[in-house]
Design a binder for this molecule. Structure first.
Ligand code: PHE
Length: 337
């Protein structure tokens, strides 16, 4: 019996020393318990007087082995944790994966910059619908049916009376119908014309401005545009007004800025003139005020409308409007700030 215990002790001790995992240790323990049970059941065949001594030996053996199991369990647990840490180890010096986030489109950048500049002068933003009625896009803007000025803007008609707005000027009427003067709004948005070449796109963006109050004059328009030109381009950019015609403004002007590329000396961009046309503007025609129930003998106003693509092309030196709509990321990436 004693030899049996000693050989089991040696065997289990070796097995314990070899185990590397909690699972392995558990298996050894099961084996030990089964063997111990065998030894204990053999006790019943021993002479009565030997039983207590032997029972003591078995007990000691059991306790000694359990202590060894516990000791090894601590070691094995540590080994397992270390192995896990090793497996999950990450090299924090490795370069990370760069995820490319999107960036704002140059049209949006310019639109936001325009809004910033005019908001600084007290303008609020109003956005009108892209599908308009004939009334808002033309008739209320003093451009009745058969008016020759309708030919200036080749229109996409959706139905008899519905069209894709050709100008954000339609918003002027909506604002004046909705609010009484003083009015100071900025209206950005998409407009549509059947026009397509290197500098024209069937869809483009405009930024409309409208100011209506007592005592507004053309000088106010000029001063405000001068401030806009300095902020949008350079501090030395100058503004020039040329007589023009729009049915909804009287007088009407075409607004040129001194060429920021050559400083006004004349270059390819300004076609040697030193000036670049950027927007249409004028004093709100009294007929338009009347159409919106604003008394033209009390109130006057000015309006202006500029092409956002045109401003972007000038600002960034883009020579083909189509590049703004192709969404080639090699082009767009240049504008990330
Ligand atoms: N709506 C005109 C256009 O599209 C621009 C404009 C706006 C002119 C406001 C005068 C006043 O060409």
């Amino acid at each position: 019996m004693k030899e049996k215990i000693e050989s089991l002790r040696a065997e289990i001790r070796d097995l314990i020393a070899q185990t590397q995992t909690g699972k392995g240790l558990y298996e050894v323990k099961v084996k030990f318990q089964t063997a111990l049970k065998g030894i204990m059941s053999g006790m019943k065949d021993l002479p009565k007087e030997e039983k207590p001594t032997f029972g003591k030996i078995v007990n000691e053996f059991k306790q000694a082995m359990e202590a060894q199991f516990e000791e090894r369990a601590v070691v094995v647990k540590k080994m397992e944790l270390e192995a896990q840490y090793e497996k999950e180890r990450i090299d924090i010096t490795m370069p990370g994966k760069a995820y490319k986030a999107g960036a704002l489109h140059p049209i949006t950048l310019v639109k936001n910059e325009l809004i910033d500049i005019f908001a600084g002068m007290g303008f609020k933003v109003f956005e009108g619908p892209e599908i308009e009625t004939d009334y808002y896009n033309f008739t209320a803007l003093n451009t009745p049916k058969d008016h020759p000025a309708r030919d200036m803007q080749d229109t996409f008609y959706l139905a008899d009376n519905l069209l894709l707005r050709t100008q954000t000027s339609a918003g002027q009427i909506r604002v004046m119908e909705q609010d009484a003067p003083p009015i100071k709004i900025l209206s950005p948005g998409r407009v549509f014309r059947s026009d397509d070449d290197a500098t024209h796109s069937p869809m483009f963006h405009q930024m409309e401005g409208l100011v209506v109050d007592k005592g507004i004059t053309l000088c106010d328009l000029q001063g405000m545009l001068a401030e806009f030109a300095r902020k949008m381009f350079t501090s030395s950019t100058k503004v020039r007004l040329r007589p023009s015609y729009f049915p909804f403004t009287e007088p009407s002007v075409e607004v040129d800025l001194s060429c920021s590329e050559c400083g006004g000396k004349g270059c390819r961009l300004c076609k040697g003139t030193g000036w670049i046309e950027v927007l249409g503007a004028g004093m709100v025609n009294r007929r338009v005020l009347e159409n919106c129930n604003v008394d033209p003998d009390v109130y006057t106003g000015f309006a202006f409308g500029m092409g956002i693509e045109r401003i972007a092309m000038l600002k960034y030196g883009i020579n083909n409007i189509k590049t703004l709509f192709e969404n080639d990321t090699r082009f767009l990436e240049q504008f990330e700030d």
